[in-house]
Design a protein around this ligand. Sequence first.
Ligand code: XLS
Ligand code: NI
Ligand code: NI
Length: 437
Amino acid sequence: MKKYAEITSIPYLGAASTEPFAFKYYNPTEVVAGKQMKDHLKFAMSYWHTIDAEGADMFGSGTMDKSFGETDPIKKFEKKADFAFDLMNKLGIEYYCFHDVDIAPEGKDVKESTEYFKHMVDYIYDLQQKNNKKCLWVTANNFSDKKFMCGAATSCCADVYAVAAAKVKAGIDAAIKLGATGYVFWGGREGYETLLNTDMGLELDNLATFLTMARDYGRKNGFTGDFYIEPKPKEPTKHQYDFDVATCMNFLRLNNLTADFKMNIEANHATLACHTFQHELRTARVNGSFGSIDANQGDPLLGWDTDQFPTNVYDATLCMYEVLKAGGFTNGGLNFDSKTRRSSNTFEDIILSYIAGMDTFALGLRKAVAMIEDGRIDSFVDERYASFNSGIGKKIVDKSTSLEELTDYAMGLGAIEVMSGRQEYLENVLNNIMFNN
Ligand code: XLS
Ligand code: NI
Ligand code: NI
């Protein structure tokens, strides 16, 4: 197998190829359903897992060295950034996203950390311009440092809240400078372990105030992208406030934030909430809050966020079906919130992992287009609800009936026959579409 340094780009060689460093399904400029594949998929590299994570887990230290031979903190992060853009070039990935602490070292206090961060934002800005890349979104890591042990915007300590706000302000400034089209809030430790020590009402109000201030600051200073909430039901806290899309929508509606905030939906977070990925995407779609996607996959035998590179083509297909039905990405995109396994510890593995994830979603896109063109599933659903197209059903949809009228109508009915849901037939149709060509 080739070494990382020998790889200059990943060509599309088609499904028959056995070359490991080639795309089998992702052909960036191929037009499907009216758009180039790269514009449908808007792949983004996530800095934290790719450039920083070294494979440490609860039972062992890192298995990969990502210091790039540097000990000086700033130089190290500059080398990481150089590597990041080189990797994106090799893979043909146009977008990237990051937490503040992913791109810059932390200083002795907020002031010093902010200076380092600004230096690295300028550094990355130059790389972005030189390499013709775009920033998908920025976020703040307001969960790793010990001061965030009881949360950030839901901390019991006002000073911690202020530090979190300063980090978000710096992140929004960076998003504006880099022309990012998104700013993400993943809850981190915004949640709780026990109500015995928690003022839930105050924490939620403070969180709403925090998001409102961030929105106002961003809009006042020219940030025109979307703000996103990334729902997750548990981990690190037992009860995360942003449990799932439905919970987040309730919170956003209550606090008048729906015009500015959309959802960044992560595949494995959906599963942790005992939903399918497609359920979360559909819920966002019907609530008008579909935004961006954190694509990874979990392991059905493990109950935590394993952040594996996605290889499940069924999930990717049903995901891309929802994306197409939502009208495609606008400000959002598809970032890989995924990391190589701890034992896949070479730079070649990073490339191979991205190829796997990108090919999976490319195949998912192709199959989702095929599902829509095939039409059997969509037309089955149309037919299933046909009773709402005319007569009393139409009146229900038009909200022009009443309980009295429905009662009169029901009194005149004889035996009712409800059409079969035909789940097994539809699952077979899906298999047919998946494996037909
Ligand atoms: C953690 C989250 C995190 C967000 C960004 O589970 O997925 O990585 O995507 O803060
Ligand atoms: Ni996650
Ligand atoms: Ni995520």
